[in-house]
Ligand binder design. Structure first.
Ligand SMILES: [Cu+2]
Length: 619
């Protein structure tokens, strides 16, 4: 690969973190903020808060791991914290906040200390040594954030050199308080080493995987989280094994709590930079699960650690989940309820799926593929399919898929969006019932039987969960279509569009493959009938704005499902097929009844060359 992209550079220099300074007083150490304790002193309906921004030493990984010196918020007299101290009050509270800039050499700009909702941010500019006090009412209930930038630069601008760790959550609770919840704040620190490698700290509540907190819950509990993206990048946040409901999406200044009929059920929610969401889910199966960002670069050891991975490292292929993942990952352990028993699997359908390597094609340095065995004879060992064979399954029919690894390296498959048992979920060394009974990776020449239960019909994904960046961009991904019992997959009216990456070259825009091809031949469709358009994005990163156009004008189509879950009637509306965002790890289904004519299915960012185009001729 591609390991090249992250491991080149002067490795040894960075292992212990920042270059040594001349002798001086050590900086205070940053405390990881678990966001369980609200900052400030509440007297009656007034909160008094004293915040200081000063330099501190942060260890986002192990306590003994690499460190970086960063500017961090603290409450006066307390240790500095990342994320910034939690501001959390009930609606109606008046906040008197004093902010002091204790940096010796930099002006800071503080954002988000406003009454909500706010049309604009009354940012505070503080020169070195300056303090200012603001007094405002907390405003409407919701999940917001506040942050500070060093200097006057536009904090919303995408910037790979992300130095600030000055974001924190700002929660306003309703008058009666909120049901128990947790607040998770995402921060990113990064520093390029050269054009293709960097040092990165991607953290949730101040720590990166595996050094962050494990969440435990019991089957049937309602788990409520407020997720705050205090970074200047988007993150498609994916939950393994369960759907979650998004009850609100917010920003630094605005709140939008959804009425029940507008709430969406997702396995992946695309969070924009500096946005927030309130989510909940009820785990109904025990075991170990994950909530993580689906951007490859944000969860792999070669791109989400402070010390670049040495070229001879085995971590990407390790069976140890503490090594083969890094960055924006949270582990969730669901304890079984007292009377829980694993359901018996009655007459499962059996399938055999082979993981193979074939002759190089396209731009990726290797070609890997999932190939379904059709009939009694296994496929030729060097035959591949990109994307992997479409798996057409039936709702309610237990299905055992024997995955045979014919590669010379370890493999693991995640069944993305499928509500299955933990053991089969595909995270090596983690999926399973408890620490003593976890699923291994699939060794070369070995196999693993995944038990799929298929409670709903819809569009899902399967993909590698091992050495993700390399294996995924070499072809280890595919789509799953689950049909209602008695239905047959009809390729004349049912169309799956799977978008993946063809290798990684960070110097160029991603080379996208749609159903394995970068220049697909025109598609012929029948006019006057309903076509189901299933859109799947399983690239390494990148939110794709899909449009379906006739003479540059978007057609109308009906939204049917998101991530495999049918939309409730109120949301299954006719929409313009214009720049429908599909983030990594999302699937969307639409129904389209075309008239005769020539159409284009495309993903294009205005003003730029389209990422892909597929011609559709309707007769
Ligand atoms: Cu991310």
């Amino acid at each position: 690969m591609n390991a090249r992209i992250v491991v080149i550079g002067t490795v040894a220099l960075f292992i212990t973190g920042a270059a040594p300074h001349e002798s001086r007083v050590p900086l205070p150490g940053v405390q990881a903020n678990d966001n369980r304790t609200a900052a400030g002193a509440l007297r009656g309906d007034t909160l008094e808060l004293h915040l200081v921004v000063a330099m501190a030493t942060w260890r986002p990984e192990a306590d003994s791991g690499p460190s970086i010196d960063v500017a961090a918020f603290s409450e006066a007299g307390k240790p500095p914290m990342i994320p910034a101290p939690l501001m959390r009050v009930r609606t109606g509270t008046v906040i008197i906040a004093t902010v002091r800039n204790a940096l010796s050499d930099s002006t800071i700009t503080v954002h988000g200390l406003v009454s909500h909702p706010a049309a604009k941010d009354n940012s505070l500019l503080l020169r070195p040594g300056d303090s200012a006090t603001v007094r405002f009412s907390a405003g409407e209930p919701g999940t917001y954030l506040y942050s500070a930038t060093i200097g006057k630069h536009d904090y919303t601008k995408f910037n790979l050199n992300e130095r600030e760790q000055l974001g924190g959550a700002f929660v306003v609770d309703p008058p009666g308080g909120s049901p128990p919840d947790r607040v998770m704040v995402i921060n990113i620190w990064s520093e390029p080493i050269d054009s293709s490698a960097g040092r990165n700290a991607l953290t949730i509540n101040g720590r990166s995987w595996p050094h962050d907190e494990r969440i435990t819950a019991t089957m049937g509990d309602t788990v409520r989280w407020r997720v705050v993206n205090a970074s200047n990048r988007g993150h498609p946040m994916h939950l393994h094994g369960f759907y979650y409901q998004v009850t609100a999406r917010d920003s630094m200044l605005q709140d939008s709590t959804f009425p029940p009929e507008k709430r969406s059920l997702v396995v992946t929610e695309s969070m924009r930079p500096f946005s927030t969401m309130a989510m909940n889910y009820i785990p109904d199966r025990p075991g170990n699960w994950l909530f993580h960002c689906h951007i490859g670069f944000h969860v792999v050891p070669e791109a989400a650690r402070l010390a670049p991975l040495p070229p001879d490292s085995h971590d990407r292929m390790s069976d140890d989940p503490r090594l083969h993942m890094a960055g924006l990952v949270i582990g969730i352990t669901v304890r079984p309820s007292p009377n829980w028993r694993a359901a018996a699997r009655v007459q499962p359908r059996r399938m055999r799926l082979l993981i193979q390597e074939g002759r190089r094609r396209g731009r990726a340095s290797r070609a890997l593929g999932f190939v379904l065995q059709r009939g009694a004879t296994p496929p030729a060992s060097d035959s591949i399919e990109i994307p992997g064979s479409l798996l057409v399954l039936t709702r309610g029919q237990p299905t055992d898929i024997m995955v045979v690894n014919r590669l010379h390296e370890t493999a693991a498959i995640h069944w993305h969006g499928i509500e299955l048992e933990s053991w089969s979920d595909g995270v090596a060394g983690w999926s399973g019932m408890d620490a003593a009974h976890v699923a291994p990776s699939i060794q070369p020449g070995d196999s693993f039987v995944a038990h799929l239960t298929l409670p709903r019909a819809g569009t899902f994904i399967y993909h590698t969960h091992m050495n993700d960046l390399e294996q995924l961009t070499s072809g280890l991904y595919g789509a799953i279509v689950v049909l209602e019992p008695g239905r047959r997959f009809d390729p004349a009216t049912d169309h799956v569009f799977v978008v993946g990456w063809d290798g990684i070259n960070l110097a160029l825009p991603p080379h996208l493959l749609i159903n394995g091809d970068s220049l697909p031949a025109p598609m012929q469709l029948r006019a006057g009938v309903a076509h189901r358009m299933r859109l799947v994005n399983i690239g390494a990163t990148g939110r794709l704005p899909f449009s379906l156009l006739r003479d540059s004008i978007p057609v109308m189509w009906r939204a049917l499902a998101k991530d495999g879950a049918d939309l409730p009637e109120e949301q299954a509306t006719m929409r313009r097929a214009a720049r429908q965002p599909v983030d990594v790890g999302e699937t969307y289904d639409f129904e389209w009844r075309p008239e005769p004519g020539n159409y284009l299915l495309t993903a294009a960012i205005p003003g730029r060359k389209p990422l892909f185009v597929r011609q559709i001729v309707v007769r």
